[in-house]
Design a protein. Structure first.
Length: 275
């Protein structure tokens, strides 16, 4: 979709929010009225499945809401700007008291855009796209199964060895400040052309996070027939993986586009929000 900011047409700006995160509807009303006052069109979305046909998107919520919006907007190449109505708000540009500033940013044709890489998971022929991370974890519910999982990883067809752990995270630079960081992973700046493999509670202390080029393809082999693994993408359950399943992970052709006041603001956010 060609963005109307470049052809002097009226811009359509979407506003996406969840009512439980933004119970005060005055915020949404004021944003919509301000967009209209500036001779543009506001479109309100209450679910990510509705997001379509807009030039830019204002998202009200926490990082979970941003992830939901990013999945929808990345497919349609819609840049978004987030306003933090959650807790941490690492992916948002403004705090809730500054929500009106999001309108000016969304309507600015010269606004910098940060494009963030995503993962493409191919699990038994079904593809899923993730902005933060993929997680493989031994099943801890259902029938008893307390054994540590064994992960066999190939990188571009070469055996990268076995890893014994409770789980394994593959994350993007965006996801490096999320679950991977809690599991002891490193922080990657958004413009790093790399992904990160982070073990969760590894059996050996020598098993450390590994950064690898995002041009590589990971393949996983499952050898433990008695160990069922659960696969998640950005926190959403995808399926159970066992010995006969195939899983590959590569860089997605999609990317999430974020409007920003400062292309170097990532380092400011690390100082302000991680502590």
């Amino acid at each position: 979709m060609q963005n109307s900011v470049y052809n002097n047409c009226v811009m359509k700006v979407g506003i996406f929010y969840k009512e439980k995160k933004v119970p005060d509807q005055t915020v949404v009303t004021e944003l919509s009225e301000e967009i209209s006052r500036r001779k543009n069109e506001a479109v309100i979305f209450r679910s990510p499945e509705e997001i379509a046909g807009v030039d830019r998107l204002i998202v009200l919520g926490g990082d979970g809401t941003i992830l939901n919006a990013a999945h929808a907007s990345s497919e349609q190449k819609i840049p978004l700007v987030g306003v933090n109505f959650g807790t941490r708000g690492f992916l948002t540009e403004f705090e809730r008291e500054d929500y009106m500033q999001a309108v000016s940013l969304a309507l600015d044709p010269a606004c910098p855009v940060v494009r963030r890489s995503m993962l493409e998971l191919d699990f038994n022929g079904v593809k899923t796209h993730c902005l933060n991370e993929m997680l493989l974890h031994r099943r801890v519910s259902g029938k008893p199964n307390a054994q540590i999982a064994t992960f066999c990883v190939d990188i571009d067809g070469s055996d990268a060895g076995e890893l014994r752990a409770d789980g394994l995270i593959v994350c993007t630079p965006t996801g490096s400040t999320a679950y991977s960081l809690s599991a002891g992973g490193n922080i990657l700046a958004p413009d790093c052309a790399a992904f990160l493999i982070t073990p969760v509670c590894a059996f050996s202390l020598r098993s450390r996070p590994i950064a690898y080029s995002d041009s590589c393809t990971l393949s996983f082999r499952f050898t433990d027939r008695d160990c069922t693994l659960e696969l998640y993408g950005d926190g959403k359950f995808i399926g159970e993986a066992s010995a006969n399943d195939t899983l590959t992970v590569r860089k997605s052709p999609r990317c999430a586009a974020f409007l920003t006041r400062d292309k170097n603001g990532f380092f400011r956010k690390i100082t302000e929000k991680i502590g």
